[in-house]
Ligand binder design. Structure first.
Ligand code: SF4
Length: 576
């Protein structure tokens, strides 16, 4: 990957640049965050011409290494006001990597009210008129692009909420089955909308393989790495069988499954929405319980969820979405939850923010608790069409809380808190508080150690060891997010020493380097510090590294735990 494309939407020009030496060893999140920090004024308006939207495949993307096909998108987030990186599967990352594209930097904004499709080929990038796509949602756009260019075309697109620059809007990525994966968190779809880009198409005809400096070493490391993924009980057995939704029953048992807008830690109807029920339903109806979001995924935590007649409803049906609509918004019917998931893919909003904001709208009395049909209507006819109510909801959980005068609003840095209660799983609370991205479980997934006992065990109900656990995982995750690897490689990497060594060998074999484990740790630290410095310059302080107040005075059953970290204890996170 030896070129960077710079696309200026103010004057509709493109430039192909060589990769500066200081960016050569970076990819994925490491590269998007470095570029955003270097080129975006921290106090700029996220929807203004000075923000930049950056896409970067990971360092290993495009190689045959398992799990390596993720694309990072970065910008200043309109939802949080912080720096943001959000990564996704699909076909785009591997296509860009094979085309030798290390990053795409989109800057400026058109002055005229015209919409564009960027078309990327081996000859460069062209601007195509896209006014005819305005008002269309993602599935219709993908179908139209396939009709025009054939099934191999790569597509990144936004729906109507992205056009309307709603803060929950995501960027959709076409997957190998012509369905959708998402750069979900942080409202990056609104940034793409602010640049008046409705769609990006990628035709990689003529692209070659990603060069590998030492093919023999690569092959040997890839074999060990793949074996470790299949040998570990979580990545080799649990995820392929039940998907991430295996966590419903596990978190319910642990008392950490936030229910009815974070009132309870257990949900009475958990069996109806569990991974086990989902698996049996899929098998009975003839769907797929095991499925990859990009070529080369061997864990295959995804699935294709179908209706009683075997018709497609959704794929990539994740625990966090099912939790948010099923337990937190009290919807009992898995089919209704799946239809909401499909709608969120179609209109293009983050399914975590979407689920949390719908539960918050229930708290406000806008939607009856547990009403899955009304949630579908609201997604399709309010948020999807940008009605006044839709625009309030589509701007995220924090906006809903403000509009309806609520106190119980589960956000950190204005981003909806995901599927693990921070009072009964305290490590994840430290991650929510301190992540440079706002509340984000993937930033430092302490559930692995607090609940699944991967990489040791730290009691989720005590404060001891949580700051250190979250810090170590956030550093490691920042580095992994730079490789283009899916976050689930962390399970074997934490438990099987050869797995982590093989990951480093893959990097060394690809680039002819001699990196050590310490180098990888240093890379993770450096990325976190770059992101933290950006946020500080944007106006964030320690006081923003806090959870909502209600967690400190509302005990959550069954453990009756409260959030009891002092400010000083939280602030120790940044002592490295
Ligand atoms: S394990 Fe799941 S998230 Fe990871 S690459 Fe495979 S399908 Fe995508």
């Amino acid at each position: 990957m030896n070129k960077i494309f710079r696309i200026n939407m103010s004057n509709l020009t493109t430039k192909c640049e060589s990769v500066p030496e200081e960016w050569a060893g970076l990819g994925g999140r490491g590269l998007t965050s470095t570029i955003v920090a270097a080129e975006v004024p921290p106090r700029c308006h996220p929807l203004g011409p000075n923000n930049k939207l950056v896409f970067a495949p990971g360092l290993l993307t495009g190689t045959p290494a398992a799990q390596s096909g993720r694309l990072s998108a970065g910008a200043k987030s309109p939802l949080t006001g912080t720096i943001k990186e959000s990564n996704a599967g699909g076909t785009a990352a591997q296509q860009l990597a094979r085309m030798g594209i290390k990053a795409i930097i989109i800057e400026g904004a058109p002055t005229e009210d015209k919409w564009y499709r960027l078309h990327i080929t081996m000859d460069g990038i062209t601007f195509e008129a896209a006014d005819s796509l305005v008002g269309k949602q993602n599935f219709a756009i993908i179908d139209e692009m396939i009709d025009t260019f054939g099934p191999k075309i790569g597509v990144l697109s936004i729906g109507v909420p992205g056009e309307m620059r709603m803060c929950a809007a995501n960027i959709s990525v076409k997957d190998p089955d012509q369905k959708i994966r998402s750069h979900g968190r942080g409202g990056l779809g609104a940034v793409m909308g602010s640049k008046k880009i409705k769609c990006i198409t990628i035709d990689d005809t003529g692209a070659s393989k990603v060069p590998i400096a030492d093919p023999d070493k690569f092959r040997a490391a890839a074999k060990i790495f793949a074996k470790s993924l299949l040998d570990h009980p979580v990545s080799g057995e649990g995820l392929p069988t039940y998907g991430t939704n295996i966590l419903i029953n596990i978190l319910n048992e642990a008392g950490g499954l936030p229910t009815k807008n974070f009132r309870y830690g257990q949900c009475e109807h958990h069996e109806k929405i569990s991974g086990e029920t989902m698996h049996d339903t899929i098998v009975e109806r003839g769907g797929k319980h095991k499925h990859g979001c990009h070529a080369g995924c061997i864990i295959q935590c995804s699935q294709v969820y179908v209706d009683r007649a075997g018709g497609y409803i959704t794929s990539g049906f994740e625990y966090e979405t099912i939790w948010g609509l099923g337990a937190n918004a009290m919807i009992e019917d898995l089919d209704d939850i799946a239809k909401c998931d499909n709608l969120m893919d179609d209109i293009g909003i983050d399914s975590i923010e979407g689920a949390v904001l719908l539960a918050t709208a229930m708290e406000a009395g806008v939607i009856p608790w547990g009403d899955g049909k009304e949630c579908q209507r609201v997604l399709r006819d309010e948020i999807g069409k940008g009605t006044p109510l839709g625009r309030i909801l589509g701007n995220g959980t924090g906006m809903v809380g403000t509009a309806y005068g609520l106190v119980r609003v589960p956000v950190v840095k204005n981003q909806g808190i995901p599927a693990y209660d921070p009072r009964s799983v305290k490590g994840i609370g430290i991650t929510y508080a301190t992540s440079t991205m706002g509340a984000d479980h993937t930033a430092g997934y302490t559930i692995a150690t607090n609940i699944l006992k991967v990489g040791g065990y730290v009691d989720p109900l005590t404060k001891d060891g949580q700051v250190e656990l979250s810090r170590n995982l956030q550093i490691a995750t920042a580095a992994v997010d730079s490789t283009g690897m899916c976050v689930f490689i962390a399970f074997p990497a934490l438990d099987i020493p050869e797995s982590f060594t093989a990951l480093i060998d893959l990097l060394n074999a690809t680039y002819g380097l001699d990196l050590t484990a310490d180098d990888v740790t240093e890379l993770g630290k450096k990325i976190l510090k770059i992101e933290h410095d950006f946020n500080t310059a944007a106006g964030f302080s320690k006081q923003d590294d806090r959870l909502p107040e209600f967690f400190s005075y509302e005990p959550i059953p069954p453990h009756n735990a409260v959030w009891d970290f002092t400010d000083e204890e939280i602030d120790e996170f940044w002592d490295f």
